[in-house]
Structures are given as C-alpha cells and as structure tokens.
Design a protein around this ligand. Structure first.
Ligand code: AMP
Ligand code: MG
Length: 283
C-alpha cells in the first residue's frame, strides 16, 4: 500500500499559483509527488475513502442546519480532464452531497442577465460540495480571447469576481480553484482519440480544433486570471494534467485539505439518546 509520505510537500504548496508563468508550466510534471503511476493509483484508492468520510461529515452537518459548504472550481481547456475529475474524484463521494454544475455557452435566457446570474443559481447549499465544470472565469477567458464583450467590460470583471468570491467565503463557502493545463501536443492526442474511438465521439466538438489556434491568447488570458484573482481567501492551484492519475490524486488531496480546514465534528444528537435506546429496546 502506498503511503501518504509519497508526497515530498503538501499538495497545497506544490500547486500554489503564486508566481506561476503559464507559458512555463511543465504539464507532464507531478509536483510534490515522488511516486509513479502505480503508486499514485494505489494512494488514490486510500485517499478517496478519506475524502468520502470527510464529505459525509460535511453533509451530516448540512442536514443539521450548518450552512458551510465547499466549492471546487475546475477551469481548463478542452481535453484537460475536467470531466475525468468529476467522474473519478467527485464520483468517489456520496452523490447526494454534491452540487454539480457545468457551464457552457450561455443560453438566450442567461445572456439577458449579468454573467454571475447563472453562477449564483448553482452555488452549493450548506453541507454540499459544489463542483463547477467551467465557471464565471469563462467570462474573462473565452470572452476575452474572442472579444465577446469590449475590453473595458471584461476588464472590470476580475475585481468583481474577487468581491463576489470574498462574499461567498464570508458566508461560509470554502473555495478552491483549480486551473488544469495540458500541453498542445497532449491535447492533440486526446482530440485524436475522440476521433478514433466511438466511445469518445460524443466529446468531440469540431470547434475545439479551431480553438487550438488561439492557444497563446488563452495562455495570456489564464495568466491574467492567475495574476488578478489568486487571493488568499480563494486560491488558485495550477494543475499539470498530462498525467490523469496525478491530476485525480492531486484534486483528491486538495479537497481533503479544504474539508479538513473546515474542522468538522459529527453533529450532536438532537434527541435524548438514553431515552431513545430504552424505547428501542421495548419496541
Ligand atoms: P464543454 O465544456 O466542452 O461542454 O464546452 C463548453 C463551451 O462553452 C466551451 O467552448 C466554453 O468556452 C463555452 N463557454 C462557457 N462559458 C461561456 C461564456 N460565458 N461565454 C461564451 N462561451 C462560454
Ligand atoms: Mg468540450
């Protein structure tokens, strides 16, 4: 069995966004982790159980009226593996405790509203782990890269997002934001698979090939996100994703860390335990 000591430093330190240059990210690296794929997968099996127990505690508290929650924001280019994180990491916890939301091209209805309108509607309730597959950050990423609104409009959004997240944190949500990066080559391989394998056709979107031409502009837009919205209350983690096993293990550890930081106990009984035991004995 792989040991937790396979980490040479805590994942929260190994992946912190502070000072990261997006263009220099080694997407094939496994920061902070000393083992190989086999060790990583073995450790993940253990750690998924730890995550699941912590999540149950959060959920139990939510059922008892606790309003605290966790929000995991997943941002990344197509094929970075956001869906895999949802299936393999979030999939290891009880689905009743997960508020999952994916954000695609805004609908006609969504376009009538402020860009945070659709986000607010999907925020996690007390006791839940919210997972955003894409997020409000699209409004300073794809929107910036493709001039979907004027620069003075998207330019104001960084500060606005910081304020929005500050309020969420003050209201009891622990936010962790994960920026997922694959190399241009790895993306090509993954898109190729989507064209070669019938079980992957459904993920293929011809537009993903066009987006490859905008890679430098996306890197610049991601850099601005990290520079302007990495805060101490809602930190960004930069996740190299060429190795899926590493990405999944690292996000599991990040969630464990976030849940442990909430310092949860099991909610106390709201009934008289002895009395109920006596009643049960006679029932
Ligand atoms: P997928 O996650 O593969 O289903 O793709 C969703 C698509 O929606 C991506 O191409 C995103 O860039 C796009 N998208 C998400 N949010 C926005 C937004 N606010 N404005 C424009 N496009 C968006
Ligand atoms: Mg896609």
């Amino acid at each position: 069995m792989a040991k937790a000591t396979s980490w040479s430093k805590p994942v929260t330190k190994a992946l912190r966004a502070e000072g990261v240059r997006v263009r220099d990210i080694d997407t094939a690296a496994t920061p902070g982790f000393k083992g190989d794929k086999k060790a990583g997968e073995a450790l993940l099996a253990d750690r998924a159980e730890v995550l699941s127990d912590l999540q149950e505690k959060l959920y139990a508290n939510g059922r008892s009226g606790d309003t605290r929650s966790v929000l995991l924001v997943l941002q990344g280019m197509d094929t970075a593996g956001k869906g895999g994180i949802v299936r393999h990491v979030i999939g290891s916890v009880d689905p009743q405790g997960v508020d999952h939301a994916a954000f695609g091209v805004p609908t006609a209805e969504e376009r009538k509203h402020h860009y945070l309108w659709r986000i607010r509607k999907k925020l996690p309730r007390g006791g839940q782990i919210g997972v955003f597959d894409r997020s409000h950050y699209e409004d300073v990423l794809v929107v910036r890269v493709h001039d979907l609104v004027a620069p003075d409009v998207w330019g104001k959004r960084y500060d606005e997002i910081n304020k929005f997240e500050r309020k969420l944190v003050d209201d009891g949500t622990t936010i962790l934001k994960v920026a997922m990066f694959v190399s241009l080559d790895e993306q090509k391989k993954r898109l190729q698979q989507r064209l070669d394998r019938p079980d992957k056709y459904w993920k293929f979107n011809p537009g993903d090939i066009d987006e490859r031409a905008f890679w430098p502009q996306y890197q610049e837009a991601y850099q601005a996100v990290l520079d302007r919205t990495d805060t101490e209350y809602a930190p960004w983690y930069v996740l190299p994703c060429d190795h899926k096993w590493y990405a999944r293990l690292a996000v599991t550890e990040l969630l464990i860390d976030a849940l442990q930081s909430i310092k949860l106990d099991w909610p106390p009984a709201d009934f008289d335990i002895d009395e109920q035991k006596k009643r049960l004995a006679k029932a």
